[in-house]
Write a protein that binds this ligand. Structure first.
Ligand code: GLU
Length: 425
């Protein structure tokens, strides 16, 4: 599924995150020491721990939790379960969380966690034992006022429930605010599950309207990925009347040039444990690589890092890319797309809806006062549009691409707070 970059191109996500940072920070007149400080992860924990499998064997798993920066507040970020996750990927994702939270003006720093495992091949009982043990191993780093995990690829609300229960059992009382993205019946927020996908579509719709497009049915949208981000993006785009012509997952792409019946696709996926699209009949089968090159107006990569690279950036036909995934476009691809006049709404803006509603969930939990879904949707939109406006203003001010403008906005906030707080001691 992943596309290879050219030999010369960096596809290590951490190197990419640093490259993006170096590009943006060059526009800011900051002391060298502050530039170096914001470049480094604050602390990193690697853990190796045993888990009993259903067949009685014991397997040792490796996990990570990285805090990139905590200047603006407690660090925030998801936990990823994937076979190929490594420390550099977690570092990159933690750094992107710092910029994402700062960009949408949340009082949070950035963190990320990961466990090397394949949730597709593990039973629910094995995943529960793995999650409870991993949570116990990272207890020195997590805290409702210090570092608050959330779901990411391969984890979900149930995973958060196990972490919340494990932490609560360890301290002796219930601590709902230790995680966000938990089930609603234990203190989760209305609107959290769909928030990232919804935010992707809010950003897409805003960009199109600002460009004078007012007829969603005339806009063809291709969405890569049908997990928590892609599936809700498809649903919300369909609800707003957009013509979603293709979706995909690990089993490949599903394409109908006249438009997919998204409720039908969602019903189909809901029939299997991992919500896979394999066997969906009311569409033509294409590959993930073909989806990225489809003749469409909007491309929303909502799956993995490094999907649009120097190799395939010339094949992209969409005029607008909305990044639901973290890090789907490499810097070399950015340059090619910018030169071709393709607009990109970068990940730290386009997918910030998830952490924004995580913030609402954390606030509601700490106050023990819960909002209705309309309020969550309204506040989500307000936060994203405000950030969008600010990015456009900075883009004009510095004459840069949208990703660099978003990074400048975020780095300005974190560096400003660093300078105001001063260097300890
Ligand atoms: N994992 C999500 C992200 O990449 C959400 C993080 C959160 O809610 O803390 O933005």
């Amino acid at each position: 599924m992943a596309v290879q970059a050219t030999a010369a191109e960096h596809i290590n996500p951490y190197e990419i995150a640093l490259q993006q940072y170096d590009r943006a920070v060059a526009y800011l007149d900051l002391p060298k020491g502050i530039i170096n400080f914001l470049r480094c992860p604050k602390r990193e924990l690697s853990v190796n721990f045993p888990v009993r499998l259903d067949n009685g064997d014991v397997e040792v798993f490796t996990g990570y939790r990285v805090h990139h920066n905590t200047v603006l507040g407690p660090s925030k970020g998801g936990i990823r379960y994937a076979p190929n996750v490594d420390l550099d990927e977690v570092r990159a994702l933690a750094m992107w969380m710092t910029w994402k939270c700062a960009l949408v003006n949340l009082p949070f720093g950035g963190a990320k966690g990961g466990v090397i495992c394949d949730p597709y091949t593990m039973s629910d009982d094995e995943l529960e034992r793995l999650t409870r043990r991993y949570a116990t191993e990272i207890i020195p780093l997590i805290n409702p006022h210090g570092d608050i995990p959330a779901p990411d690829m391969g984890t979900n609300a149930q995973t958060m429930a196990w972490i919340m229960d494990t932490y609560s059992m360890n301290v002796g009382y219930s601590v709902p605010a230790i995680v966000t993205g938990k089930p609603i019946n234990i203190g989760g927020s209305q609107g959290r599950t769909e928030a990232t996908g919804r935010g992707v579509v809010i950003c897409m719709d805003e960009a199109l309207r600002r460009d004078g497009h007012n007829r969603p049915s005339e806009i063809a949208v291709a969405i890569q990925g049908f997990g928590n981000v892609g599936s809700y993006a498809a649903r919300h785009a369909y609800e707003l009347g957009y013509n979603v012509i293709a979706v995909s997952d690990v089993t490949g792409g599903y394409y109908n040039p006249k438009g997919l019946d998204i409720p039908d696709v969602l019903d189909f996926a809901a029939q299997n444990r991992h919500n896979l699209l394999e066997g969906y009949q009311n569409a033509d089968k294409i590959t993930n690589a073909e989806l990225l090159a489809l003749d469409c107006d909007v491309l929303a990569p909502c799956a993995l890092e490094n999907q649009i690279t120097a190799v395939n950036a010339y094949d992209v036909k969409a005029r607008l890319i909305v990044e639901g995934a973290n890090g789907p476009t490499t810097p070399d691809a950015d340059d090619i797309l910018f030169a071709r006049g393709v607009e990109i709404i970068p990940d730290i803006l386009a997918n910030a809806g998830g952490v924004t509603v995580s913030y609402f969930e954390w606030v509601q939990g700490l106050q023990a006062f819960f909002w209705d879904v309309e309020e969550v949707h309204r506040q989500l939109r307000r936060v994203l549009i405000k950030a969008y406006d600010e990015v456009i203003r900075i883009r004009q001010q510095h004459g840069v691409d949208t990703r660099t403008a978003a990074q400048i906005t975020a780095i300005k906030r974190v560096s400003g707070a660093t300078l105001t707080r001063g260097i300890f001691p």
